[in-house]
Write a protein that binds this ligand. Structure first.
Ligand code: FAD
Length: 308
């Protein structure tokens, strides 16, 4: 049994592992894959103090750093069930798809999140070649270019406002006949000279020249007509889904969006179970933030353990 067990080995789980191991407590990391979403990332230019890196490089560095400590890394382990301790201070159990299970006095849930995809032809092919999901990460790569933002909720409209200050032109595409973003954001969007909004439009295809995105095809839902936009980038903003399906039957409190609710020490609604990174309600899903939150959760877990 462990004193601290991380479930998920992205930036949050890796940072938590290092902070926990440095306290000299028995530490384990069980994860489907080590590195998390970072593995799917190409250019990373906002990891503070490293002006430029890429996903595979950063993931390898994360693993190497964790391996400098006594941490049991258990890859290819997908958690399917959480059984919280029935007594205060007892051991919590995590059950994996393989049938194995692990026990630990404290847990740090760091299973991250995934961007909801449009599921149209070309999206997969041109991912990182014009199709992007994170305006904070990739916005500056489209300086002087034409882009579309898919999705007219708060994140889509925020992304369009953000990108309008960086790129030449933004087209915001919304499936419904109205935007769903807050009125104040919509007002700001309408005041920008280089933004067009197309409502009632269903994106049907990402177009490209074999190397990069060069356009987008959508269906005008009222007429059924197909239209094409010439552009170099597409930011998909139709939702970030937290990887918490495996927790829905547990007693861990989730927000209406399925994110794990944590307090300011990173503790969930169950004592001894902590959470960190993109899987939680903490806003702004970024690598530095996930690492900071993972470190915080590990210190929170240590504080919890020394009081038992
Ligand atoms: P994740 O990175 O999502 O890691 C979670 C880990 O848990 C994964 O390894 C996963 O396999 C594992 N897992 C999930 N479910 C289970 C389960 N049931 N059992 C066991 N393990 C499980 N951020 C930046 O700061 N800068 C950037 O430039 C940047 N670019 C990005 C580009 C792309 C394409 C994407 C997708 C994201 C980008 N991000 C960027 C965001 C950044 O990657 C995330 O904020 C960060 O990885 C979150 O870390 P995390 O540890 O919370 O979760």
């Amino acid at each position: 049994a462990y004193e601290v067990l991380m479930v998920g080995g992205g930036p949050a789980g890796a940072a938590a592992a290092i902070y926990a191991a440095r306290k000299g407590i028995r530490t384990g990391v069980a994860t489907e894959r080590f590195g998390g979403q970072v593995l799917d990332t190409m250019a990373i230019e906002n990891f503070i103090s490293v002006s430029e890196t890429n996903g595979p490089k950063l993931a390898a560095a994360l693993e190497e750093h964790v391996k400098q400590y006594e941490v049991d890394i258990m890859p290819l382990q997908r958690a399917v069930k959480l059984v919280p301790s029935t007594q205060p201070g007892g051991e919590h159990e995590v059950v994996f798809e393989s049938g194995a299970s692990l026990k630990s006095r404290s847990l740090i849930l760091a299973t991250g999140a995934r961007w909801r995809e449009m599921g149209v032809p070309g999206e997969e092919e041109y991912r990182n070649k014009g199709v992007a999901y994170c305006p904070h990460c990739d916005g500056p790569l489209f300086k002087g270019k034409r882009v579309a933002v898919i999705g007219g909720g708060n994140s889509g409209v925020e992304a369009a406002i953000d990108l309008a200050g960086l790129v030449e032109h933004v087209t915001l595409i919304e499936f419904m006949d109205e935007l769903r973003a807050d009125a104040v954001l919509q007002k700001k969007l309408a005041s920008l000279p280089n933004v067009d909004v197309i409502k009632g439009a269903r994106t049907t295809e990402v177009n490209g020249d074999g190397k990069r995105v060069n356009g987008l095809t959508y269906e005008d839902r009222s007429s059924g007509e197909l239209r094409r936009l010439e552009l170099e980038g597409i930011f998909v903003q139709i939702g970030l889904v937290p990887n918490t399906e495996w927790l829905t039957d547990s007693s861990i409190e989730l927000s209406p969006r399925g994110e794990i609710v944590v307090d300011d020490h990173g503790m969930t609604s169950v004592p001894g179970i902590f959470a960190a990174g993109d899987v939680t309600t903490v806003p702004y899903k970024q690598i530095v933030i996930a690492m900071g939150e993972g470190s915080k959760a590990a210190l929170g877990a240590f504080d919890y353990l020394i009081r038992l």
